[in-house]
Design a protein around this ligand. Structure first.
Ligand SMILES: N[C@@H](CCC(=O)N[C@@H](CS)C(=O)NCC(=O)O)C(=O)O
Length: 211
């Protein structure tokens, strides 16, 4: 049965389109244009109470009943558990996936997101302060990822997982937060390998904007 994906063309939206493509799940896109305030539509808030994309509705949820899920990390976990794909069966291996998924949700997303905000400001002193603070922290997070990927092929170890889908959504925006991946060679190696996957290419190509 077709999953309804409510999303826009942003890192958090792309995490879910790539996961759905990689998992081979049938889905239909409903564009929620956050530049036009569509995230405040009462019908959308019913499935995403924090008025943010992404959200999904799965007509065939647990017990065969429909379910909606908001928060991209929760959606990735839901889809991983539903399909048993990109989510290991082994409890110890699950911990590594959870660690790197939470690393992304709590840090490598909110922090580069602040860079995206401050970089667009007109006021020079506001921009300088914000960028100094959040650029440094963004680069520190890239260094953490680089160390991890110097030891393992993927974030959770030898196998690709939903944690990689979470992180690639934000790494995809490295030009916007002005990070040169050549400074983080292990991240660059991983990013190129991720982007070479056909499922990933489909997930980034699916239209998440109108027109
Ligand atoms: N923690 C949330 C963050 C989602 C989020 O920030 N979505 C942004 C686009 S990337 C959004 O919908 N913004 C609209 C708004 O804040 O009104 C998640 O990971 O799903």
């Amino acid at each position: 049965m077709t999953i309804e994906l409510h999303a826009f063309d942003t890192p958090n939206g792309r995490k879910i389109s790539v996961a759905l493509e990689e998992m081979g799940l049938p889905y239909r896109v409903h564009v929620v244009d956050i530049t036009k305030g569509e995230q405040f539509d009462p019908a959308f808030i019913k499935i995403s109470p924090n008025n943010k994309i992404p959200a999904i509705v799965d007509p065939n949820g647990p017990g065969g009943r429909p379910i909606s899920v908001f928060e991209s990390g929760a959606i990735l976990l839901y889809l991983g558990m539903k399909t048993g794909r990109f989510w290991p069966a082994d409890g110890v291996a699950q911990v590594a996936v959870l660690e790197w998924l939470m690393f992304q949700m709590g840090g490598f997303g909110p922090i580069p997101g602040q860079v995206h905000h401050f970089i667009a400001l007109d006021d020079e002193s506001d921009r300088r302060y914000g960028l100094e603070r959040f650029m440094d922290e963004t680069r520190r997070l890239y260094a953490v990822m680089d160390r991890r990927l110097g030891e393992y092929e993927f974030f959770a170890g030898a196998e690709i997982s939903i944690a990689d889908f979470a992180i690639v959504g934000w790494a995809w925006r490295h030009p916007r937060h002005q990070v040169d991946l050549a400074d983080f060679p292990h991240v660059q190696r991983w990013y190129q390998a991720m982007m070479a996957r056909p499922g990933m290419a489909r997930g980034f190509a699916v239209p998440l904007r109108r027109g």
